[in-house]
Design a binder for this molecule. Structure first.
Ligand code: NAI
Length: 346
């Protein structure tokens, strides 16, 4: 990792350890050009330390891009705690980590990610104000993520199908979890026909029953005969192979890192399938978290637009990305990255 381009791109990387609690953590701050860095803490067992550093660097850069394109006055950062949370996570360890976050001070604020719950953030909050996502804040981010995805889907409807509403559209939702269920319910209410898949049979049965959805096998949902494929489960679902099997005219959903490779993105573009860059359309959660952040001591994020306006702006941002991608003959994801870099000045 040392000396790699990825490392050079970061403003600050901190390594923390606390022998008493077994804490080993990394905080990576990619950019504070637009404001204090914000990003979740991931608590995970890594194969080795270099994999953990890599994750922190990659995820903090992604946060810079995501927040910049969401129009937020914050930068990008991310923390990882190395180890198995089931074995290591204690109150004392979370306090030790919280004290290190406090030491970084007003340049970094953190929240939930894989392995870190709302209760864990509240424990950290006992020793530092620099956390967001407590239950006293904006609450469950997935609700806002689903709303943001709906704004993004409207942009896709307009741009790809020349339509302003969902009536008569067929939409495949992969994953009926916190975000996917919210999106399925909303597109159903807006008049779309749903195709769904989930590994949990009970949620699929509920969608069939309550939302009139058609159920398909999880391994084939991407190839459904629909207008829009909405991945809301795992990342990496668009590969060069699956891109060739997608029959939808657009791929637009909440799942992080949907494109397995840049080549998969190109394969979509070559087949005329419109792709909504995931970190743009799924920014509703981070947008809602920052509202809570603005109440924190030492922050002055008063320049926030109201939450509903910030969520609605996801539509306009996507239209801007699609237009520019067309003009510059690039994929939407390459265009989004370029726009984010311009916003943060690198
Ligand atoms: P969740 O864990 O509540 O839901 C995921 C759903 O996908 C579950 O119902 C699960 O059973 C299902 N699933 C798992 N494997 C599957 C498979 N192979 N095929 C079909 N379904 C499968 O997670 P959540 O919060 O709804 O997030 C969904 C995606 O959106 C994730 O990729 C997440 O990273 C991303 N995301 C979520 C945000 C949020 O606010 N919750 C914000 C931004 C991104």
């Amino acid at each position: 990792v040392w000396g790699s381009r990825e490392f050079d791109n970061h403003e600050q990387v901190c390594f923390f350890s606390d022998e008493a609690t077994g804490l080993r953590a990394i905080v990576a701050i990619h950019s504070t050009a637009l404001g204090p860095a914000a990003g979740g803490t991931r608590f995970k067992l890594y194969a080795n330390d270099s994999e953990a550093v890599d994750d922190a660097l990659r995820l903090s850069r992604a946060m810079s891009y995501k927040s910049a394109l969401a129009g937020l006055p914050v930068g990008g950062g991310k923390a990882v705690i190395i180890g198995d949370p089931a074995r290591l996570k204690t109150r004392a360890l979370l306090h030790a980590f919280g004290r290190y976050v406090d030491r970084i001070g007003r340049h970094f604020a953190t929240g939930e990610d894989v392995g870190i719950s709302v209760a864990d953030i509240e424990t950290m909050n006992e020793v530092t104000p620099f956390v967001a996502g407590t239950s006293a804040g904006a609450g469950d981010p997935s609700v806002h993520t689903a709303t943001g995805v709906m704004h993004g889907l409207r942009a896709v409807l307009e741009r790809r199908f020349g339509k302003s509403d969902f009536t008569g559209m067929k939409i495949a939702v992969q994953g009926l979890g916190a975000v996917g269920w919210g999106v399925a319910q909303r597109v159903h209410d807006a008049g779309a026909q749903l195709v769904v898949a989930d590994v949990r049979e009970e949620v699929v049965a509920r969608a069939v029953d309550r939302l009139g959805a058609i159920s398909v096998p999880t391994a084939r949902i991407h190839a459904s005969d629909v207008d829009i494929y909405v991945p809301c489960a795992l990342g990496g679902v668009v590969t060069e192979r699956t891109a060739g099997e997608i029959r939808a005219g657009a791929v637009a959903g909440a799942a992080n890192n949907q494109l397995a490779t840049a080549a998969a993105g190109l394969a979509l573009a070559e087949r005329g399938i419109l792709f909504a860059p995931d970190y743009v359309i799924n920014a509703g959660g981070v947008i809602s978290g920052l509202e809570a952040c603005s109440a924190m001591p030492g922050r002055s994020l008063a320049q926030f637009a109201p939450l509903d306006e910030s969520l609605a702006a996801i539509h306009d941002r996507l239209i801007e990305i699609f237009d520019r991608a067309d003009r510059e003959k690039r994929t939407p994801e390459a265009t989004a990255e370029q726009m984010a870099r311009e916003l943060i000045g690198r």
